[in-house]
Design a protein around this ligand. Sequence first.
Ligand SMILES: CC(C)(COP(=O)(O)OP(=O)(O)OC[C@H]1O[C@@H](n2cnc3c(N)ncnc32)[C@H](O)[C@@H]1OP(=O)(O)O)[C@@H](O)C(=O)NCCC(=O)NCCS
Length: 180
Amino acid sequence: MAKEDNKIEPKDITIEKLEDKHDLGDFKSYEKELVNFLVEDALNNQKQKLSVTFLWFYEKNLVGYLTLLNDKINLEGNLKEFFREKDIHYKSLPALKIGRLCVNDDFLRKGIGRLMVLFAIQQANEISENKSGCRFITLDAKRNEKRELDSIHFYKKLGFKMLKERIKGTTPMYLDLKLP
Ligand SMILES: CC(C)(COP(=O)(O)OP(=O)(O)OC[C@H]1O[C@@H](n2cnc3c(N)ncnc32)[C@H](O)[C@@H]1OP(=O)(O)O)[C@@H](O)C(=O)NCCC(=O)NCCS
């Protein structure tokens, strides 16, 4: 059930790893490129071990998806100084990348995007605690000139910082998993 404030609760969400059996036909987003990726490329990329895609269901509706892959951040400028002060002198540090993240147009502003980012953070923390080093979450935030919302604003609200200024319509951002 959706709460009175219109946010969907985590307990009402089911998360499934993308498989051949899934019907993706009804998924819609104003970001057409993200629909195309889900329908045409996500499963193939997963089979090629390039990324893993998670589908989010609410009352049997496909309400969003999240694609994750490995990444690294090259340490430059302030970030390089920050780690030098901690006696960390590597040229780059390991990260988990949110390759794609998209909420179905019919379910926007119900907290699903935020829950998907929290899920990515949880995955990164589990990886770094038990499997392999992972210090950051990275992503390339999209700017959509026609929409009021800049996804940069959405990610900043969740604690992400800009890594660089905009490159070809996207802004690289990161979250340091060691910071509170
Ligand atoms: C960006 C996106 C993921 C947000 O998902 P969402 O489920 O609607 O967002 P949430 O409900 O979790 O919102 C979290 C906060 O983000 C901000 N936000 C989200 N949508 C917003 C909008 N349209 N206008 C202003 N602020 C917005 C708000 O601060 C919001 O908190 P609030 O609702 O309590 O005020 C969604 O709009 C989307 O999928 N867009 C198309 C694809 C895209 O841009 N993906 C990211 C690029 S990598």
